[in-house]
Design a binder for this molecule. Sequence first.
Ligand code: ADP
Ligand code: MG
Length: 323
Amino acid sequence: EAVANQIAAGEVVERPASVLKELVENSLDAGSTRIGVEVQGGGRRLIRVVDNGHGMEPDDMLLALERHATSKVLRAEDLVSVSTLGFRGEALPSVAAVSKLLMRSRTAQNEVGSELKVVGGSIREVKETGCPVGTLIEVKDLFHNTPARRKFLKSATTENSHLTQTMFRLALANPKVAFRFKSGSRQVFDLPATDDLKGRVAALLGRDTAARMVPLYEESGPLFITGLAGLPSLSRTGYDQVYTFVNGRYVRDKVLIHAVGQAYLGLFAERRRPVMVVHVRLDPALVDVNVHPAKTEVRFREANLVHDAFVQGIRRGLAQSQE
Ligand code: ADP
Ligand code: MG
């Protein structure tokens, strides 16, 4: 079991940023409206996520550490109807197998919370503790017991930029959630909850950037596309600031990327790319998010429809801005 968890960890927990993503997605699944994140040493020394979600009962905290114990996928058909971000029930056990993990949680039904310490996958301590409703998870010394994986980690600077990128994606995907992010001694951002994507974009990417983006709205059959697209004058030398989300998840999808290229065709100098924050919503039955454990790839059942609606949505948005 310990070995199985370490192997699974290789797939789910590629680097500190993947741990961070899994922890924050769990906080989002728990209905949190406020999430605080702190990382140290490129995430290797510390990743701490504190949320105000519904918390866990003590038994559920233990269960959360058993692989697949919490899997919401019972049959293959269920994969089409999953609405939470997590569904494999393997992130926490995987992280716990390769770190020193502390979990503290309380539900509104309980007066006191519980605290659990896990080292290299085995539970070392369970006790009651005073804490607010919600969950705190602290991951320390990532890969301390897996030297082979540790070797693949890049410099703290590189890991930090992955951590920051991950936080940007999560914050842009969930404007209604307040996020605070601290890296080392630096507060990277402190974002209030908002109903307005533009407000979140302004707080995160800057007011000047947000001011040079136009709203998108495209409806095509089962598909809704909303978001903000940068004017051609707002360009970058890569896809770093092309943020595309499908049903609330950040994805990097070749169909969408191709559509972006086509929509802006002729508007940019070679190799320049737009700044975009776009949410695509569609019936979960029409998109397979289960292509890769890290889940940034998806497979659309009707790729052409998605592609053409995306191109059209962007073009229409840009055209309206020029009127
Ligand atoms: P999954 O998200 O795929 O269900 P995880 O291993 O990521 O699996 O988490 C296991 C379980 O632990 C979750 O299903 C959830 O019940 C519980 N859990 C983890 N993090 C939190 C949290 N921040 N708040 C409430 N429950 C949590
Ligand atoms: Mg999860």
